[in-house]
Design a protein around this ligand. Structure first.
Ligand code: GDP
Length: 178
C-alpha cells in the first residue's frame, strides 16, 4: 500500500450552523443533542479511500463572522477548507461569502480546495432561507465543490470529508499540470 497521506482540514462558518455536529457525526458516529459550543477542537482519524490510506486532522473552529481575523494556524499547512452555512439562516450564507474573501486575501487564489456545505436540510421547507441553487452557484464561482446535507444523516456527513479529500487531490493535480 502507498504511504499514508496526511491531510489537515479546517471547518469554518458562522456559529451554530452545525460544524461540530457534522464533525461528531463523522468522527464519532453520533448526532449530539447537547454538545457544548466549540472553542476549538482537532479531530483525527485514519481511514482508507480507494487504494489510499489517509491520516485526517480536522480543526473544528469556534465560528466566524465578517470581522474575524483568521489566525495563521488556519492558513499555513492547511490542505483544504470545509465552509459551512445553514440552509435555514441567510446570514450564515453571507458569512460564508465573507469567509471566502478573507481566505482569498490571506492565501491568494491558487491551491485552495474548498467544499461548501449547506447544512440542516432536514428542517421543514418553511424554515429554508437559502435555495440549493444559490449554494451551488456560489460554490461554482469559487471553483469549489458543493453539498447540501444534514448532520443527522451519517452517510451525507461522511460524504463531506471524502469529497474534501477528492477536492484536495483534484486541485493539487490541476496545479501540477499548470
Ligand atoms: P457549530 O456552532 O457550527 O459547531 O454548531 P453545532 O454543531 O453546535 O450545532 C448548533 C445547533 O444546531 C445544535 O443545536 C445542533 O443540534 C443543531 N444542528 C446541527 N446540525 C443540524 C442539522 O443538520 N439539522 C438540524 N435540524 N439541527 C442541526
Amino acid at each position: 500500500m502507498a504511504p499514508v497521506k496526511h491531510r489537515k482540514i479546517v471547518m469554518l462558518g458562522y456559529p451554530s450552523v452545525g460544524k461540530s455536529s457534522l464533525a461528531l457525526q463523522f468522527f464519532k458516529g453520533d448526532f449530539p443533542k447537547d454538545y457544548e459550543p466549540t472553542i476549538e477542537n482537532t479531530w483525527s482519524k485514519t481511514f482508507v479511500m480507494g487504494s489510499d490510506e489517509f491520516e485526517l486532522d480536522v480543526v473544528d473552529t469556534a465560528g466566524q463572522d465578517e470581522y474575524s481575523l483568521l489566525p495563521q494556524s488556519f492558513i499555513f499547512g492547511i490542505h483544504g477548507y470545509i465552509v459551512v452555512y445553514s440552509v435555514a439562516c441567510s446570514r450564515s450564507f453571507q458569512i460564508a461569502r465573507a469567509i471566502h474573501s478573507i481566505l482569498v486575501d490571506k492565501r491568494g487564489k491558487c491551491l485552495m480546495p474548498i467544499v461548501l456545505v449547506g447544512n440542516k436540510n432536514d428542517l421543514p421547507t418553511h424554515c429554508r432561507e437559502v435555495k440549493p441553487e444559490d449554494g451551488k452557484k456560489l460554490a461554482e464561482s469559487w471553483g469549489a465543490a458543493f453539498l447540501e446535507v444534514s448532520a443527522k444523516d451519517p452517510e451525507r456527513s461522511k460524504l463531506i470529508f471524502t469529497k474534501m479529500i477528492e477536492e484536495i487531490d483534484r486541485v493539487e493535480r490541476s496545479f501540477d499540470e499548470e
